[in-house]
Design a protein around this ligand. Sequence first.
Ligand code: PLP
Length: 343
Amino acid sequence: MNINKLVRDNIRLLKPYSCARNEFRGEASIYLDANENPMNTPYNRYPDPLQESLKAKIATLKGVRPSQIMLGVGSDEPIDLVIRIFCEPQQDNIVAIDPTYGMYQVCADINNVAYRKMLLNEDFTLDAARLLATADEHTKVIFLCSPNNPTGNLLNRHEMRKIAERFAGIVVIDEAYIDFSSEASWLTTLDNYPNVIVLQTFSKAWGLASVRCGMAFASEEIIGYFNKVKYPYNINLLTQNFVCEQLAFESRKNNWVKMLLEQRALLADQLKTLPVVEHIYPSDANFVLVKVADANKLYNRLVDKGIIVRNRNAVSLCAGCLRITVGTQDENRQLIKEMQSLK
Ligand SMILES: *Cc1c(COP(=O)(O)O)cnc(C)c1O
């Protein structure tokens, strides 16, 4: 697998911006190199462009090397960067499962890169052979999302492995919901797959969506390209420090996950008893996809009651479906109560 050959020529040849914090590394007593204001410590200084102390903590937590980590402004940043690094506009293409997370297509469209959707099976399972047949010599990136949004299911690991092994390009595995699933992350086998990029985020299980911090894990070579292309100071000091602090509360995160998994089971049991509910899809995430009698009508009536779910009626394979995030016990109870009263 030659990663260099997959990279766009202009990116491979790019001479990246060299900021003051890159040119001098180490400790000094007087900094007069970055045109910073000497007052207002510590906010007057540009932050560490490679977030070394935060990455050291994340590396320990995730069992990877710091050099295998890129931090982004949410997972959305690495999604965009992957496309900009590997896909030549109007020439290369991307293959992704359908339905899935909407940002892959938006980023492809913004970058003017063709986006090929490969419909999942009716039960939302993945057929690796069919997906690989959708790719051609111009396919540079395949997006997989497991557990998948909005369907909620983990993709079959054996099928995913076939794709990672047989596809001569980049395979992005979006694990935004991995904390809620019973299966191990792809991070445990990252070293065996030089073409795989695993995405995780602080936005879901860690309860930090407002902070905008996402993680990409990959080979040192791929991370090197991310670092070359990203904005030098993409993660500000407040975010770096705050996420560092929050990492000390891993057990609290684990307790939230446990509570949400209990609530997910309870919510599914209660939804089953409602006449409007036709099917509840099994979930490995912190939401459930539910097929109902009239999704648009139910959605609007819930809005009138001040309860907002996600209407997925217009999404491939999801006709008639609402995506319901698991809330607190009280929030879930109120949802069920309102759904009971709507005949
Ligand atoms: C919510 C979600 C994310 C998280 O995006 P952030 O930019 O990190 O908040 C990523 N991927 C999927 C599939 C998601 O549903």
